[in-house]
Design a protein around this ligand. Structure first.
Ligand code: S3P
Length: 439
C-alpha cells in the first residue's frame, strides 16, 4: 500500500444504529479457493468486497480459473476440478493478504509446476517459514528470501505428514490441510491452541471430509469437492469495531445483523461483557456449518479488563478493537500476543504509538500492551498513523471518537483491505459530541 490519504474524525457522544457489515474475509478466501478446486460451478453470495479477497480471485484467475463478478457481491466460480490449476505465466500477486499467500502456497505445493507468489512491502516482511517448512516436508520445494516472500513454489506429488505448528495459526493449519487434500494419505495438524476453523467447515460444505478431534484436524488426500451455492456471513472482525465503539461510549446501542457467529471467532462478545457492556447475540441460521445471527451491544459501564495469553488465538483480529475500548475510559491489558508484531504492521508498536498521538495513555510490552483510559477528561485527540494497516485505521477511528477535538487518521485508506465503506458507516452511526453535558 502506498498513498495514505487522511480522514478526520470528529468527537462523538454515542453510536446508534442497525447495520450489516461486509462479507467475512476469512470465509470468502476459503470459499473462492475451494470453489476453484471443486468440480462444477459455485455461486458465492456476499463475497467479501475488500482488496484482500480480490487478491485471492486475481491469483486464481492467473491459475486458469474462470470467475465472474455479478452485482451485490455475487461471485461465480467455474471450478477446474482436483489438481487441475494451470501453470501461471506471470507472478501471482497476493497484495497485502497473508491468507492468500499462505493458503495458496498449500494449494500450489500439490500442483506439478513452478509458480512465484509476491506481495506488497508489508506482506514481504511477514514470516513464511511457518508454511514453507511443513510444505517442504510434504515434498514441495519452496525458495524464499530468508523465509519471506517472494516464494517460488515447485509443486510435486505430496505425501501426508503429521504437523505440529509451534504457533497457533489458522493460516498455517489451512495451508497444510489444503496441501493434504492433494497428498497421498491422511495429513494431520495438531495445534498448540485452537484457531478459527473455517477451512474445516468449508471443506465439509464443499462435500469433503475433515475429522476434528480436540486440537488435531485430519484430512484424506485425493478427495473430490463439488461446486456449491453459498452465502458468506458478515465479518465478525469488521463488526468488532462497532461493537467495541458501542461498548466504549455509554448510552450507545448498535445492532449488527447477519454476522458470522462461529465460536472460534466470537470471543469478543464475552470480553465486552467483562468490560461492562450489555451484549445480546442470537444465532438465527447455520448455513454451510457456519452459524450467523444478530448481535446487539449497549454501552453501560467502562471497566478494567485483562486478556490472558490463552484467550489470544480467539481474539487475534479483535485486539485492535479491544485496545480502542479503553480509549474512552477503563483499562485494557493484553498479554501473550507477540503474534501481533507480525501482522500487516507491528500492531503492538503501531497501536501504542497511535494511541499516544491521540493523547491516550498506552504502553508497549514485548507481548502485548496496556491502554489506560481517561477517568474524567477526554483525551486531546491528535494525528495517528495507521501505518498502512486496515485494523489500525479502524481502531484509531474508534479511539478518536472519545477525544476532545477532531483527530486525523493518516493512512486511513488502508480500510479497503477488509472494510471499504467503513468511514461512510461511521458517519451514519455517530451522534456528535457538542461538549455539553456528561462525558
Ligand atoms: C486468518 C488467520 C489469522 C488472522 C488473519 C486471517 C485466516 O492469522 O489474523 O487475519 O483467515 O486464516 P494467523 O493464522 O496468522 O494467526
Amino acid at each position: 500500500m502506498r498513498s495514505f490519504p487522511a480522514v478526520t474524525i470528529a468527537p462523538a457522544r454515542r453510536l446508534h444504529g442497525r447495520l450489516r457489515v461486509p462479507g467475512d474475509k476469512s470465509i470468502a478466501h476459503r470459499y473462492a479457493i475451494l470453489a476453484a478446486l471443486a468440480d462444477g460451478r459455485s455461486s458465492l453470495a456476499n463475497y467479501a468486497p475488500g482488496a484482500d479477497c480480490r487478491s485471492t480471485l486475481a491469483v486464481l484467475r492467473r491459475l486458469g480459473v474462470e470467475e465472474v463478478e455479478g452485482p451485490a457481491g455475487m461471485v461465480t466460480v467455474l471450478g477446474r476440478g482436483f489438481g487441475r490449476l494451470c501453470s501461471p505465466s506471470a507472478p501471482l500477486d497476493a497484495g497485502n493478504s497473508g491468507t492468500t499467500m499462505r493458503l495458496m502456497a498449500g494449494v500450489l505445493a500439490g500442483h506439478p509446476f513452478s509458480s512465484t507468489m509476491v506481495g506488497d512491502a508489508s506482506l514481504s516482511r511477514r514470516p513464511m517459514r511457518r508454511v514453507i517448512a511443513p510444505l517442504e516436508q510434504m515434498g514441495a520445494r519452496i525458495e524464499s528470501v530468508d523465509g519471506h516472500a517472494p516464494l517460488t513454489i515447485e509443486g510435486s506429488a505430496l505425501h501426508a505428514i503429521a504437523h505440529e505448528p509451534s504457533v497457533p495459526s489458522a493460516q498455517v493449519k489451512s495451508a497444510v490441510l489444503l496441501a493434504g487434500l492433494h497428498a497421498d494419505g491422511t495429513t494431520r495438524v495438531t495445534e498448540p491452541a485452537s484457531t478459527r476453523d473455517h477451512t474445516e467447515r468449508a471443506v465439509r460444505a464443499f462435500g469433503g471430509e475433515v475429522a476434528s478431534d480436540g486440537l488435531t484436524v485430519s484430512i484424506r488426500g485425493g478427495q473430490r469437492l463439488a461446486g456449491q451455492s453459498l452465502t458468506v456471513p458478515g465479518d465478525f472482525s469488521s463488526a468488532a469495531f462497532w461493537l467495541a465503539a458501542a461498548a466504549a461510549l455509554p448510552g450507545s446501542r448498535v445492532t449488527i445483523e447477519d454476522v458470522g457467529l462461529n465460536p472460534t471467532r466470537s470471543a469478543l462478545l464475552d470480553v465486552l461483557r467483562r468490560f461492562g457492556a450489555r451484549v445480546d447475540a442470537v444465532v438465527t441460521a447455520t448455513e454451510a456449518f457456519e452459524p450467523r445471527g444478530t448481535v446487539t451491544v449497549e454501552g453501560d459501564r467502562t471497566g478494567a479488563i485483562e486478556i490472558a495469553p490463552d484467550e489470544v488465538p480467539g481474539l487475534i483480529d479483535e485486539l485492535p478493537a479491544i485496545a480502542a475500548l479503553a480509549a474512552h475510559g477503563g483499562q485494557v491489558t493484553v498479554r501473550g500476543a507477540a503474534e501481533l508484531r507480525v501482522k500487516e504492521s507491528d500492531r503492538i508498536a503501531a497501536l501504542v504509538a497511535g494511541f499516544r498521538a491521540l493523547g491516550i495513555d498506552a504502553d508497549e510490552r514485548p507481548d502485548g500492551f496496556v491502554v489506560r483510559g481517561p477517568s474524567s477528561t477526554r483525551p486531546t485527540g491528535g494525528v495517528a498513523d495507521a501505518r498502512g494497516d486496515h485494523r489500525m485505521a479502524m481502531a484509531f477511528a474508534i479511539a478518536a471518537l472519545g477525544a476532545e477535538r477532531s483527530s486525523t487518521i493518516s493512512g486511513a485508506d488502508a480500510v479497503v483491505i477488509s472494510y471499504p465503506g467503513f468511514f461512510e458507516t461511521l458517519d451514519r452511526l455517530v451522534a456528535p459530541f457538542d461538549g455539553i453535558g456528561e462525558l
